[in-house]
Write a protein that binds this ligand. Structure first.
Ligand SMILES: [Zn+2]
Length: 292
């Protein structure tokens, strides 16, 4: 009881622990976790597109307008990832702070049916992840100046964790011969991972799951698997697995499991945070690339 009283009076003195958390919204689960890590107890985060769900093809729901109605800030990835963002903001008349987590990322484009398309999956590099964290802290400071020192200290500690994991991922990939570093996944979600860590990813679908895979793309991947130039085949947690399963069936290649690309797992499934998502992916990728 004495400890409880002490906590209570400390809270009165500092005015922090008893204040209601600041309501904010994040567009998808990976970003939602990052905002939670930086916001800590001062912030209550609602995520629009949840675990194992596909943000590319999401259709806003009436409930989204309800949560945006009270939110102080709306955190989005940007780079065209949330194709429904403009519609939702317009429909809800959201007047809070919009924070684009990918602001300042060195983007890259992909050639898709002769069109140059900006790849939105920037979080798949942990160096970019650190930039997201800095942008999130800045966004939280803009809506809660009093909490800013806390956001900045959370961001610094979290960034250090991302930096340490980045070094681990680089070391795990460096152990694999360069010629073996080829992976097939469902859609082009790993362009930034490829660039950051030196792995080649191929996919029947483009940077959005909205695009249709062409028969020629599927045939080309089947040829590459048959020529044994690609041994690592993965489905994704949030997209249709059937094309990659078809490629595996037609070639007799073994599937390496599911990579987490655009969404986290549910709690207890092993990839419920951004850090755990990376640990899960590298834990599957490194042995598969080595043909184990
Ligand atoms: Zn995607």
């Amino acid at each position: 009881m004495r400890a409880l009283l002490a906590t209570f009076s400390l809270a009165l003195l500092t005015g922090t622990a008893l204040a209601a958390p600041i309501p904010v919204v994040a567009s998808f689960s990976i970003l939602g976790d990052m905002v939670k890590q930086v916001g800590g107890d001062r912030v209550s985060v609602t995520t629009i597109v949840g675990a194992n769900a596909d943000t590319h093809v999401y259709e806003p729901k009436p409930q989204d307008a309800v949560v945006l109605g009270t939110a102080k800030a709306f955190f989005v990835n940007g780079l065209g990832f949330e194709g429904w963002f403009d519609r939702l903001v317009e429909a809800t008349g959201f007047k809070g702070e919009v924070v684009t987590a990918s602001a300042g990322v060195a983007t890259h484009t992909m050639d898709e049916d002769g069109e140059k398309i900006t790849d939105p999956h920037a979080w798949q590099s942990l160096t970019n992840g650190k930039l997201y964290v800095a942008n999130i802290a800045k966004g939280l400071c803009a809506v809660d100046a009093e909490g800013c020192p806390s956001y900045e200290s959370n961001a610094a500690a979290y960034s250090a964790q991302l930096g340490a994991l980045d070094a681990e991922v680089k070391a795990a990939i460096a152990a694999v011969p360069e010629t073996e570093r080829k992976v097939i996944t469902t859609h082009d979600a790993f362009g930034y991972f490829a660039e950051a860590y030196g792995v080649t990813f191929m996919a029947p679908e483009g940077v959005s799951t909205e695009s249709e895979a062409s028969a020629a793309d599927v045939a080309r991947l089947i040829d590459q698997v048959k020529a044994a130039s690609v041994k690592a085949l993965f489905v994704e947690n949030m997209s249709d697995p059937r094309l990659v399963e078809q490629i595996a069936a037609e070639t007799g290649a073994k599937l390496g499991g599911a990579l987490y690309s655009d969404a986290l797992s549910e709690p207890g499934e092993g990839a419920a945070t951004y850090l755990d998502m990376f640990r899960h992916n590298i834990g599957l990728l490194a042995p598969a690339l080595e043909g184990k």
